[in-house]
Design a protein around this ligand. Structure first.
Ligand SMILES: Cc1cc2nc3c(=O)[nH]c(=O)nc-3n(C[C@H](O)[C@H](O)[C@H](O)COP(=O)(O)OP(=O)(O)OC[C@H]3O[C@@H](n4cnc5c(N)ncnc54)[C@H](O)[C@@H]3O)c2cc1C
Length: 410
């Protein structure tokens, strides 16, 4: 009798696991709660699908926060090159942007999904739509899994959980997989919105909405201690901060944290102060608001900082008091912004947290707690930066689980 494999979720991770699991001696069925597959994949990269990122695997590994060690298995087993080859062999071509983001040359996410569905069809994989899975249990006497959907019950020898995270819930990923995995005693690291903008308390920069700053040094403080420091591009929004420098580090930011922005490139505050003194000496007759532009600060931001330092708008540079100079220096060197909250799951491109990696075999994606149960994609405690890293992980982990199942059942 053919072994039966049930994959829960028809997103990129689930479909890829199914395609690689399928073989002549097994039967693969995908259960999907929506009426259609890959809803999140279709909106990825604003519908253009930033499929992966260019570069060596060592470079990719730096873009997944704390999950780097676990990712050695999936990313070396199925790299960005392997992923592109898979789609190239099926007729797609790709374009790499100057930042290293890789898109299908049509810039259509639909093309990626179509290849997956065609491949699934070629392999006789059945996808059952409108089939939300409510429960999975292992029946010892029968030595197989019992899967309960709203419609039917299914039996399976092997099960893959591929239900995604908790963000953009209208795409179908509503966090069901956490509950299903927890039933097998898996630890669930608290799911949190990631790749998400942050809202700032008492935000003073609304009128700067849309202004972006390149390569700002950003430091994150909690209870008076430095948590992390990095550099990145930043965008002022109508209620807070966004841009890659915030999105990619939002996994580390908690409500109530303090973010400090170093808006100028000086080694220390004393050097900045000396530069201000020099400027004031040379151009004392200029209005200070014009002088501040010489530090590379956009005009509107400069005006805002002057206001925050309580310096009158039309004050000549030479008339600046020492205290005023110190105050503006402090703001330029470490503009403090208190985080009211991170954006919600509805704004988050991915979910940080999920099934603990401690209990998943990084070479196969199989549960260490329940043999025969696999977990792939965003459901796991892996969240990558913007730039194609999350889809790469969905595909790499789906591939590993699929390969393992294929070898075991064929
Ligand atoms: C707006 C947006 C843009 C993005 N852009 C990019 C990008 O350009 N590049 C990139 O790398 N990443 C991007 N991402 C992230 C990327 O899309 C996800 O990380 C990826 O889709 C995760 O794949 P997955 O298969 O693990 O989960 P999902 O794609 O979420 O798929 C999970 C599937 O499981 C189904 N499901 C859930 N629960 C059940 C259940 N109980 N029973 C049956 N089925 C169930 C869902 O309906 C869904 O179809 C973006 C995300 C968003 C929200």
């Amino acid at each position: 009798m053919k072994e039966k494999i049930i994959i829960i979720g028809a997103g990129p991770a689930g479909l890829f696991a199914a395609i690689h699991a399928a073989g002549i001696d097994n039967e693969v069925i995908v259960l999907e709660k929506n009426a259609e597959p890959g809803k999140k994949l279709l909106i990825s990269g604003s519908g253009q699908c930033n499929l992966t990122h260019s570069g060596d695997v060592e470079d990719l590994l730096n873009h997944y926060g704390e999950a780097e060690r676990f990712l050695l298995g999936p990313l070396y087993s199925f790299s960005n090159r392997d992923l592109l080859n898979f789609f190239r062999e099926r007729g797609l071509e790709f374009i790499t942007t100057s930042e290293g983001k890789v898109f299908p040359s049509s810039f259509e996410a639909r093309d990626i999904l179509d290849v997956l569905l065609k491949e699934a069809d070629n392999q006789d994989i059945e996808i059952k739509y409108k089939t939300p899975v409510k429960d999975v249990e292992f029946i010892e006497e029968d030595n197989n899994f019992l899967i309960d959907s709203a419609k039917n019950q299914y039996r399976a020898d092997l099960v893959v959980l591929a239900t995604g995270g908790k963000s953009y819930q209208n795409t179908g990923s509503t966090g069901d997989g956490y509950r299903l995995a927890a039933k097998f005693c898996h630890e669930i690291i608290e799911p949190k919105p990631a790749l998400v903008p942050v809202y700032i308390n008492n935000y003073q920069f609304k009128e700067l909405t849309g202004i972006s700053l390149d390569n700002v040094t950003i430091s994150l403080w909690r209870g008076g201690s430095l948590v992390k420091k990095w550099q990145g591009d930043l965008l002022f929004t109508h209620r807070g901060l966004s841009g890659p420098g915030i999105l990619n580090y939002s996994r580390y930011i908690n409500n109530g944290d303090l973010i400090k922005l170093r808006l100028v490139d000086f080694k220390n505050e004393a050097r900045l102060d000396q530069r201000l003194i020099d400027l004031i000496e040379k151009k004392g007759q200029s209005l200070f608001k014009n002088l501040i532009k010489k530090l590379g600060i956009p005009e509107r931001l400069g005006l805002k900082l002057i206001k925050l330092a309580s310096i009158p708008k039309n004050k000549q540079a030479a008339q600046l008091s020492k205290n005023e100079r110190k105050k503006i220096g402090e703001l330029l060197y470490g503009l403090p912004l208190k985080v009211e909250k991170r954006g919600s799951f509805q704004e988050a491109m991915v979910t940080a947290g999920g099934i603990s990696l401690e209990e998943i075999n990084p070479g196969t994606m199989e549960s260490e707690l329940r043999p025969g149960l696999f977990a792939v994609g965003e459901l796991l405690n892996v969240d990558g930066d913007t730039g194609g890293y999350n889809l790469q992980f969905a595909f790499s982990s789906g591939y590993l689980a699929g390969q393992e199942i294929n070898q075991r059942t064929n």
